[in-house]
Each structure stands twice: as C-alpha cells, then as structure tokens.
Design a protein around this ligand. Structure first.
Ligand code: F6P
Length: 345
C-alpha cells in the first residue's frame, strides 16, 4: 500500500519512535511505501513532503521532536481545505493516511474519516494526556519524568533557604502532569484546572509545612485557576469587558508565588518548566508506547479499519473510534485528586 504519514499539533518526545515503528513494520512486513507530510496538515494542504523510508527513520528512536515537523494547521477551516487534502492524497496515489496528533489534529482526522470517507488511522500524542479512551498518550511519561526530576532538585534548594518553591507545569486543559509529577516528587500541594483552588488554603498548607520544619513545594498546572473572587484584585492582566475575571492567567505560577509571599511572609520562588517538558529524548515508557502504537496503526491500515485511533487500555493496544476520542477531553478524576490530597500541607 502507499501510506501518507503526518505529525500535527504540539510536538512531544516519542513521535519519531512512532514513525520508525510504522515505517519498519510497513516496509518489512507489508511491503508498503510511505510519503511523509511536512509540518502536519499544512504539508498536506501545500503538498510538501519528506522522504519516509527505513534510512530516514534509522537512529531516530531516542530523538525528541519529529523528523516530519509539526504545526497546528486545521485544513477544515479553509474553504478549499477538503479539496486540497483530497487532491494531495490523489496526486500521491495514497491508499491511507496515518495521523499522529493531539485532540485538534485527530479531531480533523475524525471528521475527514467519518464525514468525507478519507481512509485514515490516528495515533494519540500529547504531553497533557488529555485524550479519552487511552490510558496514556505519547509524550506524557517523559514530561512527568522531567517535572519530577525538577521537583526533586527544588526540594533541596527550598530546604537550604527555607523558601516556598512553586513549580508551574504544562497542562492546557487537564492537570495530569501536575498530579503525576506532584505525587512522584512529593509535592506538598498540587493545583489543577479541574479544581479551582483557594489561595488561603494553599497558604495554610505552606504554613503548616514550615511548622513541620520543611520547605514546601507547590506544583501548579499552567491552566489552574483560583476560586472566584480570589484573583480579581491581583491578576496581572485586566480581563476584557464581560470576560470571566479568572480566565486563564498568564503566569499563574508567578502570581501564586507572589501571593503566597504577600500573605505568609515566607520568601517564595517560582520555576516555570515550559517547553523543557516537551523537548529531549523520550523515556523508555514513551519509546515502548509509541513503538507499539506505530506497529498497531499500520496493522489497522492493512485491516482497512478507518476512523480508528490506537489506544492503550491496561497493557493491551485497542482500537477506538477517533470521533469518540476527540469529542471531549479526559480530565483528572476527582477520586485521584482526593488520593493525592493526603500529602498536602
Ligand atoms: O498541548 C500541549 C501543550 O504543551 C500545552 O500543555 C501547552 O499549553 C501548549 O502545548 C503550549 O503550546 P505552544 O508550543 O504553542 O507554546
């Protein structure tokens, strides 16, 4: 078969491992030929391709980023987008497309498959781990590892200086990285977007931690918000008229650090992890997951199982409908958050 492949959305470690597995199994076991599209859906729209064969993927297993490049382009927002996608697929005589992406990229894939009959299979990736129906997405484990190592390092400097250390991690809509890294790193407080937080309660935890003679670590997702009312006097940016005054703060970690210092009198510092979580070599788990997703994606192509996404369910790789996996976001289960709260304060 002739198979097109693209990586779309925010990059993450493990994308190359997935590409390598698709190509190795496709060429070796099925005799497939591949066309790589440059920079996600943009490459399909513009018909910009990258060689994708066994030499191209050799040595890429431990390499972060994506050899194909990535953008957040959505072809369905253009009037002629669908025609251009169809045109490119026809020009290259492609029998199928493998789309590796997060909710937005895979949402486009779901529409193309279900509404327009494009033969494609999806693979879920995002450090945020917010795609439903799969236990984990490619990139999440590496990001949690980076955040955990950071928290470990911050414990020692926090204790030397008896300071509060706030760590802001990514998680655009869900607090999975904050929750997992916070638990693994022994944070004294974890703040996630699913649960608006009380600054007063956070300060209470900080003070009780100091009474126990330890310097506290506060982990906060970059989309976490304080409870209504607590932000209005202190927000960094004036909200546009009519907007929720709590609407996503830029630099919520910095804001919280200053607020803790103001209210408790304890010196605070904030570390914003940012794109460090998305860069570098994938963890062993992400290499394993991405490789298995890649192997199963090319199998799904040869089964003609269009409109599905590979998913990890326990230790099994399942196939779920792309439409179901992209219709909502997987947020942190309140019971999991309650479990973690034993360690707060
Ligand atoms: O979706 C992954 C993610 O890392 C989010 O957690 C974060 O908010 C966003 O991407 C950052 O994207 P950009 O690369 O555009 O800054």
């Amino acid at each position: 078969m002739r198979v097109g492949v693209l990586t779309g959305g925010s990059d993450c470690p493990g994308l190359n491992a997935a590409l390598r597995a698709v190509v190795r199994k496709g060429v070796q076991e099925y005799g497939d030929e591949f066309v790589g599209f440059r920079d996600g859906w943009r490459g399909v729209l513009r018909d910009e391709t990258v060689a994708l064969d066994i030499p191209a993927v050799r040595g890429t297993l431990p390499r972060g980023g994506t050899i194909l490049g990535s953008t957040r382009t959505n072809p369905l927002l253009l009037d002629d987008g669908l025609d251009r996608v169809r045109g490119t697929l026809a020009r290259h005589r492609l029998d199928a497309l493998i789309v590796i992406g997060g909710t937005a990229t895979l949402g486009v894939a779901a529409q193309l498959a279900d509404d327009h009959g494009v033969p494609l299979v999806g693979v879920p990736k995002t450090i945020d781990n917010d795609i439903p129906l799969t236990d984990y997405t490619i990139g999440f484990d590496t990001a949690v590892g980076v955040a955990t190592e950071t928290i470990d390092r911050l414990h020692t400097t926090a204790e030397s200086h008896k300071r509060v250390l706030v760590v802001e991690v990514m998680g655009r809509s869900a607090g999975w990285i904050a929750l997992h890294a916070g638990l693994a790193g022994g944070a004294n407080c974890i703040l996630i977007p699913e649960r608006p937080f009380s600054v007063e309660r956070v300060c209470g935890w900080v003070e009780s931690r100091f009474r126990a003679t330890y310097a506290p670590i506060v982990v906060i997702a970059d989309s976490a918000l304080p409870e209504t009312g607590e932000i209005t006097l202190h927000r960094d940016v004036t909200p546009p008229p009519g907007a929720d005054p709590r609407a996503r703060l830029s630099g919520v970690g910095e804001w919280l650090g200053r607020e803790i210092e103001r209210r408790t009198g304890k010196e605070s510092r904030t570390t914003v992890l940012g794109h460090i979580q998305r860069g570098g070599s994938p963890s062993p788990f992400d290499r394993w997951l991405a490789t298995r997703f890649g192997l199963h994606a090319i199998d799904a192509v040869h089964d003609g199982d269009w409109g599905v996404m590979t998913a990890l369910q326990g230790t099994r790789i399942a196939r779920v409908r792309l439409a179901a996996a992209t219709s909502t976001l997987k947020t942190v289960d309140p019971a999991l958050y309650e479990e973690a709260s034993v360690f707060f304060g």
